[in-house]
Design a protein around this ligand. Structure first.
Ligand SMILES: *[C@@H]1O[C@H](CO)[C@@H](O)[C@H](O)[C@H]1NC(C)=O
Ligand SMILES: *[C@@H]1O[C@H](CO)[C@@H](O)[C@H](O)[C@H]1NC(C)=O
Ligand SMILES: *[C@@H]1O[C@H](CO)[C@@H](O)[C@H](O)[C@H]1NC(C)=O
Ligand SMILES: *[C@@H]1O[C@H](CO)[C@@H](O)[C@H](O)[C@H]1NC(C)=O
Ligand SMILES: *[C@@H]1O[C@H](CO)[C@@H](O)[C@H](O)[C@H]1NC(C)=O
Length: 454
């Protein structure tokens, strides 16, 4: 444990310094995060919290939001409008006490979408250096935030109008604010809620569905920095929730790729979801393997036909009541913004096999987008199913290829398929594209072009 954190501290201190410098250069008299330095930390840093306010009237110049501001004596108070919803953004652990670089992007994404107040919580002074000490601090931060929220309610905001966005450890800070308000806050979104020291914690001490009227979480690194258990009414597990596409696994990859790419992916995908250029919807399933095996292709039973969608729809688009709890939903994403993948179900029936075999299926769109998937075919199963993520919809797929990739390794001969079908889930108007009676010989790829009408 200790060694792991030392490694991370060392790695992060390289990249983050550059961020501080470039940020400071571009700021005029706008309020900004305060950085903590190691000296201050050693002197016994107290938990200090400050708030930055961004609205459509000051979208690119944050003002410091203090309790005096509420008194309407200072000019920038005018920016806070208590009849609007308030987004509260809470960052997580900051290894070397630097400002999180993503804050303004996230705030902008909200402001473009809706006329809201965005309050950014800066608790860098409590969030830096030793992770275990930071975890000790987080409830004190929650208490301070709750004092502010309480005051805002006396100025006309309702508890329901608050939507907390907690990144990593910030998700549990938000959760404890929710506990203090007995679950009456409107919404909490946990972006890869922190796992270390929380997974086995009592629900009182971490984010859980009782913390707000609606709690959702997005999981992208649940085998390392993120939490692996569901903590919301609905929990989106992206690509299984552990390893993200495009985040390099190799230790020779960039520092970012190696250390926090998976963990921060939740934030980047959420920003895309706010952007709203395409839908990111999840399928309820007990685990990822079943989802990939095509056993969870509909939202009918759990959600009465409407799959939960990431973004700002009320209750993520869930219409059933009461809301489910700890409902795991799975989705695939692409490796870059806007991250949306169409879920294509491949179904094939193979004629009797002498021994297990392997084929590669490739889907190709008119635009040239290609998705490949290897399938292991076992002798005791005739029908095989697989869900894959393709950047474009079924109606843009204009060709399918099959290759007998096991010919060499498994010494397999020709394979005969009774049919292969592809369809998009959840089932759309255009149901499926099928080809029947296919022979794939060794070293002879097969392909078929679909005539599409979209
Ligand atoms: C942050 O910096 C500003 C100006 O440098 C200062 O007035 C404020 O007290 C600092 N806030 C905290 C929480 O230390
Ligand atoms: C607002 O500020 C004035 C003057 O500083 C003070 O007398 C008053 O009590 C404040 N009101 C609230 C609600 O804090
Ligand atoms: C606050 O927001 C409401 C609703 O959008 C709007 O009608 C009102 O004019 C706003 N108040 C101020 C001071 O901007
Ligand atoms: C948001 O959408 C715009 C175009 O609509 C795109 O250029 C931008 O990359 C998107 N941002 C994210 C974070 O997806
Ligand atoms: C399910 O949806 C249908 C139509 O969309 C609606 O009539 C019905 O009341 C819903 N059932 C539940 C339990 O919400």
């Amino acid at each position: 444990m200790a060694l792991k954190w030392i490694k991370i501290l060392t790695l992060l201190s390289i990249g983050a310094t550059a961020v501080i410098v470039s940020d400071e250069a571009s700021k005029g008299k706008c309020a900004d995060f305060n950085n903590t330095i190691w000296i201050e930390y050693k002197q016994g840093t107290k938990v200090q919290v400050q708030y930055l306010l961004l609205t459509r009237k000051n979208a690119d110049c944050a003002s410091l939001f203090t309790q005096e501001c509420l008194n309407h004596t200072q000019q920038h108070t005018a920016y806070f409008n208590s009849t609007l919803n308030t987004i509260v953004i809470i960052h997580g652990y900051r290894a070397i006490g630097s400002k999180p670089s993503w804050v303004s992007g996230l705030a902008q994404a909200f402001l473009q979408k809706e006329d809201v107040n965005v309050l950014v919580v800066d608790w860098i002074y409590g969030a830096s250096f030793a992770y275990n000490l930071v975890v000790k601090n987080y409830k004190e931060v929650s208490v301070q935030i709750s004092v502010l929220i309480n005051q805002l309610t006396t100025y006309g905001s309702t508890l329901e109008s608050f939507h907390f966005i907690g990144v990593s450890l910030g998700a549990h800070v938000a959760g404890f604010v929710g506990t203090l308000f007995e679950g009456k806050l409107g919404r909490i979104t946990g972006l890869d809620p922190a796992g270390p020291m929380f997974k086995n914690a009592d629900p009182f001490d971490r984010l859980d569905p009782s913390d707000a009227m609606f709690v959702e979480a997005i999981h992208t690194d649940s085998d390392y920095f993120g939490i692996s258990i569901p903590v919301g009414h609905v929990d989106f597990f992206l690509n299984g929730g552990m390893d993200q596409t495009g985040c390099a696994r190799s230790k020779f990859a960039s520092m970012y790729g190696y250390v926090i790419c998976d963990h921060m992916r939740a934030l980047h995908v959420y920003m895309s979801a706010l952007n709203g250029s395409c839908a990111l919807t999840g399928f309820p399933c007990s685990n990822y393997e079943k989802f990939l095996a095509g056993q969870c292709i509909s939202c009918d039973e759990t959600f009465n036909g409407t799959c939960p969608q990431m973004g700002l729809l009320k209750n993520s688009g869930i219409t059933v009541s009461p809301l489910p709890k700890h409902e795991k939903v799975f989705l695939l994403t692409t490796s870059e913004a806007p991250f949306c993948a169409h879920h294509i179900l491949i179904e094939l029936k193979v004629s009797r096999l002498e021994k297990s075999a392997e084929v590669q299926v490739t889907l190709i769109s008119m635009s040239g987008a290609e998705t490949e998937q290897k399938l292991r075919l076992q002798t005791d199963e005739m029908i095989h199913k697989k869900v894959i993520g393709h950047p474009e919809c079924l109606c843009k797929i204009d060709s399918i290829q099959l290759k007998n990739t096991g010919a060499r390794f498994y010494r397999q001969g020709n394979i005969h398929f009774e049919y292969i079908c592809i369809s998009e889930i959840p089932k759309m108007r255009r149901s499926s594209l099928c080809v029947e009676n296919i022979n794939i010989g060794r070293g002879a790829p097969w392909s078929h072009d679909f005539i599409q009408v979209c």
